[in-house]
Design a binder for this molecule. Sequence first.
Ligand code: ATP
Ligand code: MG
Length: 592
Amino acid sequence: MSANEQGWDVRRLPSTPGAFVWYFIARYRRFYLGMLALQTVAVMCAVLVPWALGQITRKVSQGLAADQAFAVLTWPLAGFAGLLVLEMVCIRGASWLHVRTLPRQRRSVTHAMFAYLQQHSHRYITSEFAGALAHRISEVSMGVTQTLAILIFDLIPLLATLALAVVILATANAWLALFMGAWAVGFLLLCWFLAQRSHPLSREYAAARSTSTGKVVDAVSNLTNIRLFARHPFEHQYLGQYLDREVAAAHRSLGYMEQIRWFQNACGVVLKLGILGLVLWLWRAGAIDIATFVMATSLSLMIITDVAGLSRRLLEFFEATGNIANGVRTVVRPHEVTDRPDARPLKVARGEVSFNDVTFGYHAGRPIFQHLNLHIPAGQRVGLVGASGSGKSTLLSLLLRLYDVNEGQVLVDGQDVRSVTQHSLHRQIGLIPQEPGLFHRSIRENIHYGRLDADDEALLAAIDRAGARGFIEAMEQGYDSLVGERGVKLSGGQRQRIAIARVLLKNAPILVMDEATSSLDSITERYIQDKLDEIMDDKTVIVVAHRLSTVAHLDRIIVFDRGRVVEDGSHAQLLAQRGYYYRLWSRQDVAA
Ligand code: ATP
Ligand code: MG
């Protein structure tokens, strides 16, 4: 599935910050054009106010009798009032459009980023901090709206004000226009230059912030470990290092911003004094009249007010663009494991699984499997045993294409797992992973996850088979009990039974269990095994287990050692071979 219900292609999010922001502007372009138009009118009004003030001053200074004042000034005053009202209405109108757009745009950004993140490979997801990723998504969606708000409500109006001020001054006096123009160009160029230099600093600050947030989330989710090892001071110190780095990065970034403020304030003083001096000089020389005098000084005062607000806004602007750059760079990377353009849905008729000449390692140069060959005929129930770290879980990950093989092929019913869509592959294989995670939702929701449209009858059947009914119904909230984050409020065996029920409900033609019953007592395990045997008839089943009694009754047992198949046969055959399996069996038997 390449496009979600909102109609955008989650695989093709722009990967540079600028293009990313543009992508979301384009989605709301009518709103943004409306805001721009209203802001432009508002700026025009604002700049014309000093001009109208000049006209009024001129009339007053031409020796107006007091009783004539209102008659003569009616139109200039009406114009003045009109400008003020129009400016206000336009600004409020733009702001209203902004209020309409902002929440929806944030929703789109969050949604698109999350959809993109979902497509990332298992390797990516397991090597990033969950907390940091979530933090980045929210920073990016905040960043996009902030950046655009500052552009539309601060930076663009300022540019327009400066340009219009120059034009208006030009109609009165060329020197004034020249001075204002030179000041504006110099100011903007320097701002631009300083902005360029501040960018890496604010990016570094954003990265430091998101790392320390990731560390906090990691520590918070390991609070129990901290307690059990009495490592409170250690964790304080550990987190302290990252917070110190954040503080240092903040000092660099904010300190630099402070320099920019000094510069901006100085520019303001130059403009105020410069315009006043120039106006006085021109007036004395008779080059301008009183109207221009008033207009030019009030224009410069207005611009200085705008510029003073700008320094704070620029700070936020750089921070927001830094956040966007940081988040986009982390999240919007090319996906590592993707569906081929010509990928078709996997069709499972029988459920045959083959590993053909497979070579794979998590890291280059350290292969786990080398030229592994394994064929599991349709409908066979296979046990996979072997020492810890011998590659059993990895083999299952390859079957599910959580990682791509380096060489060779993994085939399901003759179809290479790389040639089919991942969705269809994962729908046809029910996996109970070694560490099943549950959502912090109710038990019912967790089990329903296996098949969202299952009715109560199917749900209860799955729960019965998984031997979970008794303990669920004994709970105070029953099926509505919340299970805690990742299922921590359940016992290990209860969590496993919820995970089994969830997969049984899914009812996929291929069933894969990685230590699915390892935390259960042998009586409960026996009960579930009997139930599972009933439904295994038409399925291909792979069961990984350390406890050999879990797999002894299956059709075939494969013994793994350091990524190689060392023994292969039925329980009786392997015992007769008196090899590795035999030794394991005798030892567990003795232990039991
Ligand atoms: P166990 O019985 O303990 O579950 P296993 O047979 O399932 O062991 P695997 O989990 O497949 O073993 O691991 C095989 C090897 O691959 C181990 O050496 C392990 O350290 C390594 N490994 C597993 N997962 C990763 C990963 N995500 N990144 C890098 N190396 C990994
Ligand atoms: Mg394992």
